[in-house]
Design a protein around this ligand. Structure first.
Ligand SMILES: Cc1cc2nc3c(=O)[nH]c(=O)nc-3n(C[C@H](O)[C@H](O)[C@H](O)COP(=O)(O)OP(=O)(O)OC[C@H]3O[C@@H](n4cnc5c(N)ncnc54)[C@H](O)[C@@H]3O)c2cc1C
Length: 442
């Protein structure tokens, strides 16, 4: 097989190999690529990119393979799978700079940093890739205190479409560094990310549950409280989950207080407890690395349709009213609303290609089921989004299962898109890296 690419030091999996079926699919979608290439180092990535460029085959780059839009595989093309590039090294102990391979997952990172008392603001799931999550944002349990995952980046090493290895930071190739912080995988393959990690203690973490008939009121109180809550507190409100009873499902507010002081944690969390009838409360002090969960792998044939948007301050009451009203009806998608604000909104909108800095909330609707269920629920989803569209702004690329022109336009405001397109022209003029919310070269 190495005859496919001379001198390739990693693995090449083709349709005749026993592992082909497993290698060709991602966590969420199946595929039938011609080859899955697993580079063992940066030079292999360069060779793989050169091979794809000269073959003319479509390319999918796979980090953790969790993209809802299935970007991590394709049919008939080449998948470059980065799982072997998963080194995690504390390279500067004083500044807490950590160098992480482009194919590592957040579970690996949290486990590797825990013995040093460090963590990086990331997401909530172990198996999600550092690559995809960081390149489009990164909204996790420390987001209000330390910002998005990409706000903690200090540099990247990236293999461009020309096969060059380029370093980008605030001081080197600064425009490329701006673009990779929100522009997804459009500019090349990131072989290493360098983050400034932050010290972490154990954190207060758990779930509060409220009855379904209190959702409308509790949601409004919860969202209003975020404006005065300490930045240490980050939470996700979820409801209408058909696996927990659909319209009868409780409202679950999962929260993290980033600190180990019991009194301060209670002061931060109690105002949420007082919003309604608490049915369950399992908030307890836990190691940060242990609050991340294992991603659930849906069985083959089950699809996930996810769509997201941001909510600015003035629209919060109306958007939450619409979500609560829809959640109370049969066949509603699963609703999940995340607090942002805090450190995220202290970064200027044009400082990174992730531009949605004003938002107080990010929410996603998710429908899970076999194709007939997805099809049957389409009109209701459309009706919901028709109501929401005048009230919301943009979309969070990491929670989108579609990648059409309207989705791309929602992810990148016009000025951001134009600036990204200029960077794309410089680093990927032929749009080799198109398996993403795609920016076309200017
Ligand atoms: C169960 C689950 C939980 C999630 N939880 C969160 C959460 O808490 N917070 C949050 O913000 N998001 C969350 N997400 C969304 C997640 O951030 C996106 O799905 C993200 O795209 C996943 O990245 P990945 O590397 O695993 O996926 P992939 O499908 O491998 O990659 C996604 C995109 O990034 C590109 N890419 C990946 N790695 C690289 C690289 N090294 N260089 C260049 N391009 C690369 C790929 O080409 C593709 O376009 C979750 C998703 C799932 C399925």
């Amino acid at each position: 097989m190495s005859a496919v690419i001379e001198g390739f030091g990693g693995e090449i999996v083709g349709p005749d190999d026993a592992e082909y079926d497993a290698a060709s699919r991602t966590v969420l979608v199946g595929g039938s690529p011609a080859y899955v290439l697993r580079p063992a180092g940066v030079e292999d990535v360069q060779k793989a990119v050169a091979y794809v460029a000269q073959s003319g085959l479509p390319l999918a780059v796979r980090g953790g393979g969790h993209a809802f839009a299935g970007f991590g595989t394709n049919d008939g093309g080449v998948v470059i799978e980065l799982g072997k590039l998963a080194g995690i090294e504390l390279v500067d102990k004083e500044r807490h700079v950590v160098r992480i391979g482009g194919g590592a997952t957040w579970g690996q990172v949290a486990a590797a940093l825990a013995p040093h008392g460090l963590a990086i603001s990331s997401g909530d799931t172990k198996s999600v890739g550092v690559g995809g999550l960081t390149l489009s944002g990164g909204i996790g349990w420390k987001v209000r205190k330390y910002g998005l995952a990409l706000d903690n980046l200090v540099a990247v090493e990236i293999v461009t479409a020309a096969g060059d290895v380029v370093r980008a930071s605030a001081d080197e190739n600064a425009e490329l560094f701006w673009a990779v912080r929100g522009g997804g995988g459009n500019f090349g393959i990131v072989t290493a990310f360098e983050f400034a990690a932050h010290p972490t203690t154990d954190i207060y973490f758990g779930k509060l549950a409220f009855p379904a008939n209190e959702i409308a009121e509790v949601l409004q109180g919860w969202a209003a409280y975020q404006r005065t809550a300490p930045a240490e507190l980050t939470s996700i409100a979820a409801f209408a989950n058909p696996f927990l009873g659909g319209p009868e499902a409780p409202l679950e507010i999962e929260l993290a207080y980033d600190g180990d002081d019991a009194e301060l944690a209670a002061q931060a969390i109690d105002p949420i407890r007082k919003l309604g009838t608490v049915l369950a409360d399992d908030v307890a002090l836990r190691p940060y690395a242990e609050v991340l969960v294992d991603g659930v792998v849906p069985p083959p044939g089950i699809q996930l349709i996810t769509r997201s948007a941001f909510v600015d301050k003035d629209s919060v009451p109306e958007v939450l009213r619409i979500l609560a009203e829809t959640g109370a009806s049969q066949g509603s998608p699963i609703m999940s609303v995340r607090t942002v604000g805090g450190a995220v909104s202290r970064v200027a909108a044009d400082a990174t290609a992730y531009a949605h800095r004003e938002a107080e909330l990010m929410f996603a609707t998710t429908t899970i089921g076999p194709p007939p269920v997805i099809e049957a629920t389409k009109p209701a989803r459309q009706a919901l989004w028709d109501k929401l569209t005048p009230q919301v702004t943009g979309a969070y690329a990491n929670f989108l299962s579609d990648a059409g022109d309207a989705d791309v336009a929602a992810v990148y405001p016009t000025a951001t898109y134009e600036r990204l397109a200029a960077v794309k022209r410089e680093y990927d003029p032929t749009n080799l890296f198109a398996g993403n919310h795609n920016v076309r070269p200017a």
